[in-house]
Design a protein around this ligand. Structure first.
Ligand code: ADP
Ligand code: MG
Length: 697
């Protein structure tokens, strides 16, 4: 691509001319992507500290940073769980404790009773009163003449081996020398039309706010300067993904055109009618794959909306055309379930299915790999085991990734590279039950096409959800007894916040023992990630056959598990889980015709956010609404998962806060593509440290 904007000589030079920058520091800066003065200008503050005013101790609030001045009452070493130095400080209004965990003798002796001290730090709730832990401080023998900062202090992202003072000095030099010859990439016409502040002014304000700047707006990130930068940053990301889409259009993929023989025969024997939404999405997939360019389509649909059969439709088309299909799933449990489902559908069509998971014996695995390599296995279902080096496909035409949020971009890439087809890449379907609000998808999935299965199969009743404290366990047990004695089944999920499978398994094992004694008349079983695959399978099989009444489990059943007769779910410690995960878990019930229920149990007391979260789940079953709320509560990083999308950390934009910019960004992107295509690359290069990180996704 040609560069329309000349590279401004001085802003792109190396940093070696900066005072204080030797080869060592330059190397450290290089590691975090700071190579030129311009990179420094775009090394933006994470937040601001307010050192402009003095706060009386009595007015301090927990969680807020402030400057205080007072007199030292005394200093003592406490030998508690952790040795600490406690310094008591009073002003005219009240007293506060400073706490140091790391200190030396001199430091300790410096806190003389009666001396004056000025501190800056965040007040926290201590055991008795407010405390400041490791504040910045200065001691004076006399009452100091106060010199407050005139404006907010920028706080930069911490960087390995480069202190905040160094970064400040470097940024100052960059601002002094280079801000005035910085290239404004966005054309004046665009700036005027959309009322944008000039870039240099925005950067100056963001780095060094003036005393008269709107402090509240700056602290909230809503200042016009910050918004100007956020807009340009999001625009750059959007354009980068658009470039990817363009690149994909230039690649080749197998052209899938068939008369649909296999799919048509399957439709006839399905024991349900497809929903309108399913049919619409299937049609989109068929038409994508007929084009000879690689399809990359995200199919999002709430839990239970019937994504699997949609995937099967696409798979059959591809197999009819003589290519192989890989279906990648995050857990063995789900792989096993899909294997059964696909056997049920494909056996009559005499399509060979291979299931590759970690649990295969060496011989079986070798055979499976051979059948995949020879092309004999047409439909390959697998877990991460598909990434093994030895796995090579003969003619992979389509990759389907189920429960996309559990996989990283790199894993998708790894699979794509396993096709032996020359000069072509396989089509991809990405399936997700975590719907992304449209505004977000527009910016961050700009490289994908998105389809929504926005309708549940008919007859589904929404899950009746209640929120109860853990103290009412006995009542809940009684409810389970009634439900199970009427012939239905139930789940009891014990999530732990720890990622550790071991601890999770432990908690579930304990609960299992308790429930067995509480419910002696029921068949109560336990499943968790540390069981042998064979045991997991046989338990799932017995549950699915109705031989187990109550299944106690960890979150291993979170994705995919589909047993229609299970109508009651208890989730313990629900306050510890996020909205999306709770919704996923709850999606395991409500799959049959019976009214189903979900009990969200919590350990009191319940925090405000957790209360709100559980309330949302009680009030709605709509995955889209829940995703919106999740976005508000946790921000898009959590929702999209930085790892999952390959998204770079944003420097200044915050998608939850800056949502209102998105329509503008879409318009500006359109304008650039139309009238100023040569500006796109420079813009992308400016904001994405390694813009090629998206390149192969
Ligand atoms: P998910 O979208 O959560 O992956 P599944 O594909 O597992 O959902 O489907 C959930 C259940 O609904 C399965 O038992 C499936 O057979 C059934 N199902 C799928 N489509 C329909 C439909 N159109 N009508 C009735 N049941 C359906
Ligand atoms: Mg599914």
């Amino acid at each position: 691509m040609t560069r329309g904007v000349p590279i401004t000589s001085s802003t792109k030079h190396s940093l070696q001319s900066f005072s204080g920058v030797g080869p060592q520091l330059a190397a450290k800066l290089g590691k975090i992507g700071i190579l030129t003065p311009e990179d420094l200008l775009f090394h933006l503050p994470l937040r601001y500290q307010d050192r402009t005013k003095l706060t009386p101790i009595a007015d301090l609030r927990a969680g807020v940073e402030a400057v205080i001045v007072g007199q030292i009452d005394g200093a003592n070493v406490r030998f508690g769980r952790r040795r600490s130095l406690i310094v008591s400080v009073s002003d005219h209004s009240s007293t506060i404790v400073l706490r140091f965990f790391h200190f030396n003798k001199n430091q300790q002796l410096g806190f003389k009773p009666g001396a004056w001290i000025q501190c800056f730090g965040e007040a926290r709730r201590g055991s008795k009163s407010l405390e400041m832990v490791h504040p910045e401080y200065k001691i004076f023998q006399q009452q100091p003449k106060l010199k407050m900062q005139e404006s907010l202090t920028a706080v930069y992202p911490s960087t390995e081996g480069v202190g905040p003072a160094t970064i400040r000095k470097l940024v100052d030099q960059a601002l002094n020398r280079h801000i005035h010859n910085l290239t404004e990439i966005l054309p004046a016409a665009v700036q005027n039309e959309f009322g944008l502040m000039p870039l240099s002014q925005a950067l100056l304000t963001a780095h060094r706010p003036q005393p008269d700047a709107d402090t509240v707006a700056l602290l909230n990130g809503t200042h016009a300067a910050q918004q100007r930068l956020a807009l340009e940053e999001l625009l750059a990301h959007h354009l980068a993904l658009n470039q990817l889409r363009q690149k994909r259009y230039r690649e080749l993929a197998p052209k899938i055109v068939t008369c649909g023989r296999s799919w048509n025969s399957l439709v006839k024997v399905l024991n349900f009618d497809l929903t309108v939404a399913q049919n619409r999405v299937i049609k989109a997939l068929f038409s994508d794959m007929a084009k000879g360019q690689p399809m990359l389509r995200l199919v999002q649909g709430d839990v239970g909306s019937g994504k699997t059969v949609v995937a099967a439709a696409a798979a059959l088309h591809v197999i009819d055309s003589g290519f192989q299909v890989a279906l990648m799933v995050p857990t063995e449990l789900l792989a096993e379930q899909h294997r059964k489902t696909f056997h049920g559908w494909f056996d009559k069509l005499e399509i060979e299915i291979e299931c590759l998971t970690g649990k295969l014996t060496t011989v079986n695995r070798r055979n499976a790999i051979a059948r995949i390599a020879s092309g004999q296995a047409k439909m390959v279902i697998g877990t991460h085991a598909l990434f093994q080096k030895q796995v090579e496909f003969n003619c992979l035409g389509l990759m389907i990734i189920d429960e996309q949020h559990r996989f990283g971009v790199d894993q998708r890439l790894a699979l794509r590279s396993k096709s032996n087809l020359e000069n072509t890449v396989p089509h991809q379907i990405i399936m997700s039950a975590t719907p992304i609000p449209r505004s977000l998808a527009m910016i961050f999935y700009a490289d994908l096409d998105v389809s929504s299965i926005d309708e549940l199969p008919p007859g589904r009743k929404s899950v009746h959800t209640v929120v109860l404290p853990g103290t009412r366990r006995q009542e809940v047990a009684n409810r389970i007894r009634t439900v199970c004695q009427s012939g239905q089944q139930a789940y009891w999920v014990c999530p732990l916040i720890e990622e550790s499978e071991k601890l999770q398994a432990q908690a579930a094992t304990e609960t299992h023992a308790i429930l067995k004694t509480l419910l002696p008349e029921l068949e109560v079983e336990l499943i968790h990630g540390r069981l042998k695959s064979k045991d997991k399978e046989s338990i799932m099989q017995r549950f699915s056959d109705g031989d187990i009444d109550l299944l106690v489990s960890t979150t291993v059943i979170e994705v995919g598990v589909d047993v229609a007769n299970a109508n009651l779910m208890i989730i313990e410690n629900a306050e510890r889980l996020g909205l999306a995960q709770l919704h996923q878990l709850r999606g395991r019930v409500g799959r049959g015709a019976e009214q189903s229920a979900c009990v969200l149990m919590y350990q009191p007391p319940l925090g405000t956010l957790a209360k709100e979260r559980l309330g949302i789940l009680r009030d709605t079953n709509d995955g889209f609404k829940i995703a919106q709320k999740d976005l508000q509560q946790r921000g898009p990083g959590e929702l999209l998962g930085t790892r999952q999308t390959g998204l770079q950390q944003l420097r200044i934009a915050d998608l939850a806060r800056d949502k209102s910019l998105l329509p503008k960004i879409e318009k500006i992107a359109g304008k650039l593509q139309q009238d100023y295509p040569h500006l796109i690359q420079p813009l992308v290069d400016r904001w994405l440290v390694h813009s090629d990180q998206y390149a192969n996704v």
